[in-house]
Write a protein that binds this ligand. Structure first.
Ligand SMILES: [Zn+2]
Length: 207
């Protein structure tokens, strides 16, 4: 249950981003140098359920999970943002894509799809080609603890996933939790080394 709803369109600035071919098909690239923490785009589109994502198929629908049975049917150019196991961007506040570091002009923008995934059904073979590639894109709960902690501490995990993991933690004795979930619980409750900065809302314009 989301407190507010995403817009029906992905909003971004033409001045900052463009779509072009890459080795994975289409990708989103930086048109100019981008600063760390800059908001790159806000994912938007109709909210649909899991059954509807299956009905639309992977080619027609690249949905971002924002609830246990709730997805944004992402509109272009958000739909073209590819996955990386060592991303230069991440999703904050459930649909804002922000730069995790300074990004030079011409570099492709990518985020880690696992930060939005909690399905217990879908995996995807990874071809991101980074040295830290995990080979398969899985649910957030199945990521290595250090990777979970990296994302949780920076506020880059979908809020419904964090809430679910904390709910399990609070579930008390008798609650059975598998190994992957236990790992996630530990990292979701780990101490984060640095405070998260408030998101800057400037620099984003519709297009
Ligand atoms: Zn990878």
């Amino acid at each position: 249950m989301m407190t507010n709803e995403p817009r029906h369109e992905t909003t971004y600035s033409n001045e900052a981003l463009y779509v072009a071919q890459c080795e994975l098909g289409r990708g989103v690239f930086a048109r100019r140098a981008i600063r760390r923490e800059e908001i790159l785009l806000a994912f938007g589109g109709p909210l649909i359920d899991f059954a509807e994502t299956k009905r639309r198929g992977t080619l027609e629908c690249m949905a971002i999970q924002v609830g246990s049975d709730q997805y944004i049917d992402t509109q272009a150019p958000g739909v073209f943002v590819n996955h990386s196991c060592a991303p230069n961007a991440g999703i904050r506040n459930d649909w804002e894509l922000i730069a995790l570091r300074d990004i030079p002009q011409g570099e492709e923008i990518r985020f880690d799809y696992s930060t939005t995934m909690d399905e217990k059904s879908f995996t995807m073979r990874c071809r991101c080609g980074t040295p830290s590639c995990r080979q398969v894109v899985t649910d957030f709960a199945e990521l290595p603890a250090a990777v979970q902690e990296f994302y949780v501490c920076r506020g880059l995990v979908m809020s419904f996933i964090v809430r679910r993991l904390r709910g399990l933690w609070a579930g008390g004795p008798g609650r059975s939790v598998d190994l992957a979930e236990r790992t996630a619980l530990i990292s979701a409750h780990g101490r984060c080394g640095q405070e998260m900065r408030p998101t800057a809302l400037s620099g984003l314009s519709g297009s």
